[in-house]
Design a protein around this ligand. Structure first.
Ligand code: GAP
Length: 502
């Protein structure tokens, strides 16, 4: 009989969150009807709304709250030369290894990291550290033979076949390609963008000239990116089709570190303003910098599977713009009249980038808000109440309106209240089911307010307002509802916090 694997409390929590996401219309496996497509996901009715709210708050925090940032929306398909210029054709590779028995392919660093984690669990910390350092050294030198030998000498086995029958280590490019136009072949090969950033770089001059912006200024964009991730794990953490929210901030050379430090603070504030517990966020400096970067840091969030990258902040020097200047044979230079030294007035700007995955932020928010509260019910029995403690401003539904009974004019009155609120807030009207069950359903999707219309409402125009986190119910006038709701669900609350004005 197969041995039942015991889950750690964190693993169990993560499984519960994944089940919750599906059961309440947040995230579905793509093509589930056809047994699914690995590492590709669809957002359901509540997920799409929550994700839109996250994108909107990011967009507004960037473009509306920073006078020196504008937003664009560039195409997914771009000239293939762009990916040569950016280095993605030659360098966007992961070293991979295949197990000959199971035919399963692994990212070499992930395979070795698993062994390192196992050593740590067995408290063999010195051994773990040594293995980590050796792996890092081989990765840095792109020494594939060294990595292969390490896997063999460490007796790292495939989790499926349990054998160490490995192929050699090979590079695997992560870009998806297709053909543009009717004729197939290398000449028509085109890539699905693996990051949105390049759409910003190649539009730098267009935006600078048409907006009249002076350096420093930034360009933001939200859009789909595609990576043929080999080891796609942890639900929507690593996907093959995902969305990025990126901002490139163009600065005068030698001022980039000020911008870098300032963006580090601003981005951390943003995540805290969304309601993420500061203890679950940390900076992680990159020790191995890409050859073109002079500083790079990740903001990590403590997911149930450990601290992992949520956002990257990178000082990319003038690498990207210089590469595009070289490959396009078009000058990409900025004339800075503020610079006194005439020889230094014309330059290629330096860039500080902030880059966060919309899906990864969604996952962090889901993990953060999934709450199991123990309490005693009306019968005196212990009960667990599950709810999503979402910041009210990003909740998919802000207010739900219910008539207590589906008769006596209560539905009509409830619809009046619904009509009053729906123009300003995502509002839901429901006239079926018991009130208790309706409250529970709203808790599960994180609705901050429920409004119930009863017979008393017909007499004095008051309703019961139930608050999600406390479950407190108070009686309020219908005419006071918009003000009460607005106070908590306004996106302005988040924007003020991002700007340190709360
Ligand atoms: N332009 C820089 C850039 O793309 P990156 O570290 O490769 O940098 C930035 O990606 C962010 O995009 C990550 O911090 C993560 O939030 C998100 N991301 C990257 N790959 C992803 C994937 N396969 N699935 C989901 N999100 C991903």
């Amino acid at each position: 009989m197969a041995k039942k694997i015991e889950l750690t409390p964190e693993q169990k929590r993560f499984e519960d969150i994944i089940s919750h996401a599906k059961a309440y219309g947040f995230v579905f496996q793509s093509s589930e009807l056809y047994d699914g497509l690995q590492a590709v996901y669809d957002y359901g009715q509540n997920g799409a709304q929550l994700k839109n709210n996250l994108k909107q708050v990011w967009w507004r925090a960037m473009t509306q709250m920073n006078e020196d940032i504008v937003g664009i929306d560039s195409a997914i398909f771009m000239h293939p030369e762009i990916w040569k210029a950016s280095g993605h054709v030659d360098n966007f590779n992961d070293p991979m290894i295949d197990n000959k028995d199971s035919k399963k392919r692994y990212r070499v660093d992930h395979l070795i990291e698993k062994k390192i984690d196992a050593l740590k669990t067995e408290n063999k910390l010195e051994e773990a550290e040594k293995l980590n350092a050796t792996m890092d050294a081989f990765l840095a030198k792109e020494d594939f033979e060294g990595l292969y030998n390490l896997i063999v000498t460490e007796k790292i086995a495939c989790e499926v076949s349990n054998t160490c029958n490995w192929t050699e280590v090979r590079q695997f490019n992560l870009m998806f390609s297709t053909e543009m136009g009717a004729v197939a072949g290398e000449d028509n090969k085109i890539y699905l963008r693996p990051e949105t950033a390049q759409g910003i770089f190649v539009n730098f001059l267009n935006v600078q000239k048409t907006s009249g912006r002076k350096i420093p200024f930034g360009i933001a964009q939200i859009g789909k990116a595609f990576r043929n991730e080999i080891v796609a794990r942890q639900f929507i953490f690593r996907m093959r089709e995902f969305e990025q929210m990126e901002m490139q901030y163009f600065v005068r050379p030698s001022t980039e570190m000020d911008a870098y430090n300032s963006w580090k603070t601003k981005r951390m504030n943003f995540l805290k303003a969304l309601g993420i517990n500061p203890d679950k966020l940390r900076f992680h400096d990159h020790t191995k910098l890409a050859h073109y970067a002079n500083a790079a840091v990740d903001i990590e969030y403590e997911f149930p599977f450990g601290f992992k990258e949520l956002e990257g902040i990178h000082s990319r020097t003038d690498f990207d713009l210089s590469q595009h200047q070289k490959h396009s044979r078009n000058k990409i230079q900025y004339f800075d009249e503020q610079v006194e030294d005439k020889d230094k007035q014309r330059y290629i700007p330096y860039v500080v980038e902030t880059s966060i995955g919309a899906d990864r932020l969604f996952l962090a928010i889901l993990c953060e808000s999934y709450t199991e509260a123990k309490g005693i019910d009306a019968k005196g029995e212990e009960k667990t109440r599950i709810f999503l403690k979402l910041h009210p401003a990003i909740a998919p539904i802000k207010v739900a309106v219910f008539p207590l009974l589906n008769k006596d004019g209560l539905p009509e009155k409830a619809r009046e209240v619904f009509e009053m609120l729906r123009y300003d807030y995502e509002t839901l009207y429901e006239n079926r089911g018991a009130i208790g069950k309706n409250y529970t359903r709203m808790d599960m999707i994180g609705t901050p307010y429920c409004v119930t219309i009863d017979h008393q409402t017909l007499e004095d125009n008051t309703v019961t307002l139930r608050e999600r986190d406390t479950t407190d119910q108070i009686r309020v006038l219908i005419s006071d509802l918009p003000k009460i709701v607005e106070e908590r669900v306004s996106l302005k609350n988040i924007l003020l916090m991002v700007n340190g004005k709360w």
